[in-house]
Design a protein around this ligand. Sequence first.
Ligand SMILES: Nc1ncnc2c1ncn2[C@@H]1O[C@H](COP(=O)(O)OP(=O)(O)OP(=O)(O)O)[C@@H](O)[C@H]1O
Length: 279
Amino acid sequence: MPHHPGPQLRQGARLGHLERGAQGPVRHRGLPGEVRRPAQRRDHNVTTLSVIDLQGGYRESVPVFSEVGFELDRGAIGVIGRNGAGKTCLAQTLSGALTTTNGSILLGGRAVEHLSPRARVSAGISLVPEGRLIFGQLTVRENLEVAVHAAGRGEKRIAAMEEQFPILGHKRSMRGASLSGGEQQLLAIARALVQEPTVVILDEPSLGLSPIAVDNLTVALRQVLDEGEVAMVLMEQNGELLTGLCHSVLLMDQGAITGTLDMGDPADQDKLFESYLGV
Ligand SMILES: Nc1ncnc2c1ncn2[C@@H]1O[C@H](COP(=O)(O)OP(=O)(O)OP(=O)(O)O)[C@@H](O)[C@H]1O
């Protein structure tokens, strides 16, 4: 079974995650031989996102997931699980679309679990929802303007995003609905990034994309990560995206985190492909 090393994998990435052990949360820090990027435009010395003993559901009385814990400084962490495992529910709980029924979400040490989705965007958490949910009748530019205004950020971020994803600049006057699936996904990601988040939650960004569009998406997200300004939580079932972007992948089964795979470990990469992706 060949290994699946992603390009520049784990460069600049550092993760500590929390698992609930018999004595309570146990902290695991860093990866051996990690390389820190020399140029960081934003200071991420403090922990970006701490998820502690989190519980949530589509209805408050019916938890879908519970006791979820991890800690993310920079880079990307993945969450993989079968359909119905609770990944979307977790993504929506982190972003505030669903209510936290127990536990804490800390961003830079500040509790945000009680904040509305909009306030959470202002605090630094943006969501790229499953299915993209761009405004098809609005132009590319208008989609970005809506996102910028919702976050109370300046429009100059739009120019930066058009520079980051040139296709969006070329197609700024086209309606969202007329973009290809891969372009729509880039627009959905750009809509989150113009909000200047600290953490972006991406819910199955590869869904419905062709293999080549997934490759392009991986390169685009890798570039964003390498700039070091945002950390990502990636709910995904696509192995190429997970190995190409994440330094660790949490295994989710029936609403519980049942283990962690270290994407710096070739054996864990094989495990990801063989056991969880059916390759
Ligand atoms: N709107 C809803 N109301 C109530 N229960 C829901 C709702 N959407 C999903 N569920 C249930 O919640 C559980 C978790 O679903 P969720 O969509 O979060 O999982 P997932 O891992 O994201 O799956 P998928 O990959 O299929 O999107 C499933 O049992 C599902 O049937």
